[in-house]
Design a binder for this molecule. Structure first.
Ligand SMILES: [Zn+2]
Ligand SMILES: [Zn+2]
Ligand SMILES: [Zn+2]
Length: 470
């Protein structure tokens, strides 16, 4: 017997009380017989000498004894079930009368039967035979321990003469009970399971169209797990979606036309393709989407600033049509939430947010004016354009903000808030190159040098007239 190199004890598949398939399939139902004792061929030729004892599977008949006396005396028994298998049971079963009376079963009809090494080897051979031509096992050795139900067994692959091994290359030692219960080595077991559960692709396709994982016209193709490296315990399918098969991503050659999905995900109705909101876009696909939107915005792609695989934490660089350099969050950009932040700032400004335009009060009467101020410390004169619902209050604010005193109101008009706002902005934009320099004061786009007071007033009047002609 070979020396045991390594034994891995796995959990027992069945209960300790399992009863083995004793018979070759062809041997079922033949009469009980014994072949061990010369001259004794069959149960029928025995003369029952005592009572019968039932077993869980049949009955035992006393046909003699072991020839000893008193406490060593054991009755010799024939089991009408076990002894149908004379290859396995070549002798009578022996048991004391008191044990029999206490319902002890000495034959293999009970789960606790103590098999001999020879019987185990025969059972193993039969199990291999039962598994059919696909079974490549040939008995190699027991693990060297006492022959009982805890013994481990190993095998030779009769196709190549090599020892049957586990995934990690170690020898596959199988608990005898488990082997006789139908266990395969892990490598073969995986292949067999996947083959056993292999539903044909047509049926699968139909199933997934029904549960919504696949659009009508789509197809799935089963891939055995063993074909996918590094993946464990899942089965995969290749999925063709009629929409995604030839969509813009495929045409631009940036995304797959066939998708790979776990069978379990498909069974839950999850679409594996770009039709799904949960589709995990690749970097290439995302870059394509960004460039597509940039094209609409007349922007120019510069490259990834950071690509993390997660759109929320990825950023890229680009240049907007107004030549602003932008660094934008991928997720926000693709969700159309943002574009060029500088442009949108300016756009907001032109809409007036932050520059005094008050949405919701468009139709209220408002005042717009040009006022001449003098900065107190420097005596610099400057013109301030402004608008206010409460003109007097604003005057005080200007005096404070510019450290200046009001000299004169050069021009003023009353109109709807939205018109006042438009006039004010028109003036601001028209004379943006005539800002005064006021020491210690933040530059304001609403101030102008006093020397253009005349132009300012003329332009203001023109704007008012334009409004009146509307
Ligand atoms: Zn029996
Ligand atoms: Zn799709
Ligand atoms: Zn811009």
């Amino acid at each position: 017997m070979p020396v045991v190199i390594r034994v891995t004890r796995r959990g027992r598949i069945n209960s300790q009380n399992r009863k083995f398939k004793l018979f070759k399939p062809t041997a079922l139902g033949r009469p009980a017989e014994l072949i061990a004792k010369p001259g004794i061929k069959s149960l029928n030729r025995y003369t029952p000498v005592g009572k019968k004892y039932p077993t869980p599977e049949g009955k035992l008949t006393v046909v003699g004894d072991n020839g000893l006396t008193s406490s060593k005396k054991k009755l010799g028994l024939v089991c009408d079930r076990c002894h149908q298998d004379p290859d396995l049971f070549q002798d009578l079963f022996y048991c004391t009368k008191s044990n029999l009376d206490n319902n002890k079963v000495p034959c293999a009809c009970c789960g606790q039967f103590n098999w001999t090494e020879a019987q185990y080897i025969l059972l193993i051979k039969r199990e291999i035979e039962l598994r059919g031509p696909d079974c490549h096992y040939q008995f190699r050795a027991f693990d060297g321990g006492t022959i009982n139900s805890d013994i481990m067994v190993s095998f030779i692959n009769r196709n190549n003469g090599e020892i049957v091994k586990c995934n990690d290359g170690s020898v596959w030692w199988c608990l005898i009970d488990n082997f006789l219960g139908g266990q395969w080595d892990p490598v073969t077991a995986k292949i067999r399971t996947s083959e056993k559960t292999r539903i044909d692709d047509e049926t699968l396709t139909q199933k997934f169209i029904e549960n919504g994982a696949l659009l009508p016209g789509g197809r799935v193709k089963r891939i055995l797990e063993k074909e996918i490296e590094g993946q464990d315990a899942y089965f995969f399918v290749e999925v063709t979606c009629p929409t995604c098969e030839c969509d813009e991503f495929v045409q631009a050659n940036v995304g797959p036309a066939i998708f790979r999905s776990r069978l379990s995900n498909m069974s839950e109705g999850k679409k594996p393709c770009r039709c799904s909101n949960d589709y995990n876009y690749s970097q290439k696909e995302r870059e394509y989407m960004v460039k597509k939107r940039l094209k609409k915005l007349e922007g120019e792609w510069c490259g990834w600033e950071a690509y993390t695989g997660n759109a929320n934490s990825s950023t890229f660089n680009w240049i907007c049509r107004k030549k602003h350099t932008c660094n934008t969050n991928l997720s926000a950009f693709l969700n159309m939430a943002v574009s060029c932040s500088k442009c949108s700032e300016l756009q907001q400004a032109s809409r007036g947010f932050g520059y005094g335009y008050i949405p919701g009060r468009e139709l209220e009467p408002d005042n717009v004016y040009l006022k001449l101020y003098r900065q107190k410390k420097t005596n610099v004169l400057f013109v301030k354009v402004g608008r206010a619902f409460d003109e007097e209050f604003r005057e005080k604010c200007y005096a404070r903000d510019f450290c200046a005193e009001l000299i004169d109101t050069l021009w003023s008009a009353q109109a709807l808030h939205r018109d006042c706002y438009d006039i004010e902005q028109a003036i601001i934009n028209k004379f943006e190159n005539f800002r005064p320099t006021l020491p210690n004061i933040k530059k304001s786009r609403e101030t102008f040098i006093s020397t253009i007071s005349g132009e300012l007033v003329r332009y203001a009047i023109k704007q008012t007239e334009k409004l009146n002609r509307k």
